[in-house]
Design a protein around this ligand. Structure first.
Ligand SMILES: NC(=O)c1ccc[n+]([C@@H]2O[C@H](COP(=O)([O-])OP(=O)(O)OC[C@H]3O[C@@H](n4cnc5c(N)ncnc54)[C@H](OP(=O)(O)O)[C@@H]3O)[C@@H](O)[C@H]2O)c1
Length: 329
């Protein structure tokens, strides 16, 4: 038996809570992992609160990421005792996920945890941090370098935003952090932001072309914020778009793209090939000191997951939340 968060649904609606589950209920897969840590990402909060159609089949263990130790493996790439991390692949959506002390998954979805990363700090980074790194890789591939100018990070106090600010700053970029919580200015500057702006300045409908302000953008917010971010991107700059915390809509014109040669680069962490995952995690492990994970992270137990998911949906969670499963009874 092991402890898990379970989401169930019937005609009366959705129920979610911590429960004890028998190992024989684990889904099919060739690797069984003793999960040591998971996290609460935006997608997990949508699933747990029922505010978004994330879960495709019930009952479901949520949790789109986890880190832990292989207990059993029929996969040639993994052996018992290996330390592994998983992000995405529909885990926590259509296949039981990481908010449980055991997970059974396809070995093809796992990668080995880089040396120097514990399960707890891998999950302090989590899918949010891994996605922030994928956004930076997308900008680099487009040719963005620090000398080109400032980089805007939206949703800066959130999970993706906090790690993006720290990573960009470590790489030598001058970061403009946009937040709805100006009370977090000191936190964002500690992570490396050169300037902190009020997200309200980007949140409303704006002109299709605006004064050129930044060379690049990491956007986890979407909607008018993304439209305004594009409108104020310098000629030949780029925007890595990965989220929709303000909305899925994108109310803008083609003006920044055809008149300034600006590029919009979509980032989807869920199905990246293994080679890109390994490279992103290698770079994250090398940036560990700069990520200031103690500042960015709060650690909770399985008992607190549902409460934290509601707080995250209400925009009240700063940075990252790690769920410690090794000590959750
Ligand atoms: N594409 C992918 O593969 C991928 C991977 C991971 C996450 N995501 C997406 O990225 C987004 C952020 O994820 P996360 O885990 O970082 O979530 P999070 O920790 O909740 O951060 C989201 C941040 O967005 C800002 N925000 C919230 N509501 C807003 C609103 N109405 N208008 C403007 N800003 C708002 C807040 O930052 P401030 O308080 O600082 O303003 C909030 O902290 C989500 O949409 C998530 O689904 C996508």
């Amino acid at each position: 038996m092991f402890q898990a968060i379970l989401i169930e649904k019937d005609d009366a609606g959705q129920r979610v809570g911590k429960t004890e589950v028998s190992e024989d209920r684990l889904p099919a897969g060739d690797v069984t992992v003793r999960v040591e840590a998971s996290t609460i990402n935006y997608k997990d909060a949508l699933a747990i609160t029922g505010k978004g159609p994330i879960v495709r089949s019930f009952p479901m263990v949520p949790g789109i990421d986890f880190a832990g130790v292989v207990e059993h493996s029929d996969h040639p790439g993994f052996s018992p005792g290996d330390r592994v991390v998983l992000n995405g692949w529909g885990v926590g959506e259509q296949h039981w996920g990481g908010l449980a002390q055991r997970a059974r998954v396809r070995g093809d979805w796992l990668i080995h945890l880089p040396d120097g990363l514990t399960s707890l700090n891998a999950m302090a980074i989590g899918t949010a941090g891994y996605t922030a790194m994928l956004c930076i890789v997308a900008l680099e591939r487009f040719g963005i370098v620090p000398a080109r100018g400032d980089v805007l990070v939206t949703g800066a106090s959130g999970g993706v935003g906090s790690i993006a600010v720290a990573l960009l700053s470590r790489l030598g970029y001058s970061v403009v952090a946009s937040t709805g919580r100006m009370s977090e200015e000191a936190y964002l500057k500690e992570l490396g932001a050169a300037e902190v702006i009020d997200r309200q300045t980007l949140a409303e409908p704006g002109k299709p072309l605006q004064k050129e302000r930044w060379a690049a953008v990491v956007d986890s917010v979407g909607s008018h914020t993304l439209a305004n971010a594009c409108a104020a991107t310098k000629a030949d700059g780029a925007i890595a778009a990965c989220g929709m915390a303000q909305g899925l809509d994108f109310p803008t014109s083609v003006a920044p793209f055809i008149l300034r040669g600006v590029a919009l680069l979509g980032v989807n962490s869920v199905t990246r090939p293994v080679s890109e995952r390994v490279e992103a995690w290698r770079r994250l492990s090398e940036s560990l000191d700069a990520l200031k994970l103690d500042t960015v992270t709060r650690t909770v137990s399985l008992d607190q997951v549902v409460e934290v998911a509601h707080a995250l949906m209400a925009g009240k969670v700063r940075g990252r939340v790690v769920v410690d499963l090794a000590t959750s009874a």
